[in-house]
Design a protein around this ligand. Sequence first.
Ligand code: ADP
Ligand code: ADP
Ligand code: ZN
Length: 214
Amino acid sequence: MKIVMLGAPGAGKGTQAKKIAARYQIPHISTGDIFRANIKAGTELGKKAKEYMDQGLLVPDEVTIGMLMDRIAEPDCANGYILDGFPRTIPQAESLTAALSDKGTAIDYAINVDVPDENIIRRMGGRRACLNCGATYHVEYAAPKMKGICDKCGSELVLRDDDKPETVTKRLDVYHDQTKPLIDYYGKAGVLKEVDGTKDLEQVFADIVKILGE
Ligand code: ADP
Ligand code: ADP
Ligand code: ZN
C-alpha cells in the first residue's frame, strides 16, 4: 500500500502517518524529518535545507526529489510506505508518478487532512517536537506525560524555529500557493480521500482506517 498524506503544515499529517505506519506495518517517510536529521548531523544537505526551512520556504525540488527517490528505493519500501510531507509541489508529484509508473505501479491513496488556517495557527504554536526521535506533541491536545520531556526517549522538547508565528504565516502562504494544487492533482488521478482534520486525533485516525480498510 502506497499512501501520500496531503494537508497544510500542522494539519496532523505526521501524527496520523505514524499511526498508519504502525497499524499497516509500512515505513513512515517524512521529508521534514530527513532534513532535520541532516541538519542535526551537520551534512551538506542539512546546511542547504536549513537556509530554506528557517525562512518557511520549500527546499528546492532538485534537492528534495532525489533524496526521496533514494529513500523509496530502499528494501523496506518494497511493500509500500506512507509519505508525509512529500510531494509538496506539482513537479515533485510528477516525478513520483513517473518513477512509479516506470515500475508499473502508482500511489493507492492520497489522504487530505483538511484543517482551516485559523486552527493551524493555534496548533503550530502548541506543537512541541523531539529533535532526537522525531516524536511530536501538543501542549494542549497531545501533551507528554512529563512537561517538556519526550515520552519515547526522554529528550527535551522544543518549539521548532519554523513553528514560530511569523514563519507559520509564511509556510501557510507557501502551502496555498505550491502545495494545495496537489489536491486537484490526486483528485484527477482518482485516488484522493478527504478527512476532517479538525476532529479529535483518534477520530481522524478512525476515519482513515475506514478508508484504508481494517
Ligand atoms: P510540517 O510537518 O509542519 O508540515 P515538515 O516537517 O513536513 O513540516 O517540513 C518542514 C520544512 O521542511 C518545510 O517547511 C520545508 O522547508 C521542508 N520540506 C519538507 N518536505 C519538503 C518537500 N517535500 N519539499 C520541499 N521542502 C520540504
Ligand atoms: P503536520 O505533520 O501536518 O505538520 P502534526 O502531526 O505535527 O502536523 O500536528 C501538528 C500539531 O497539532 C502537533 O502539535 C500535534 O500534536 C497536534 N495535532 C495533530 N492532530 C491533531 C488533532 N486531530 N487535534 C488537535 N491537535 C492535533
Ligand atoms: Zn524523543
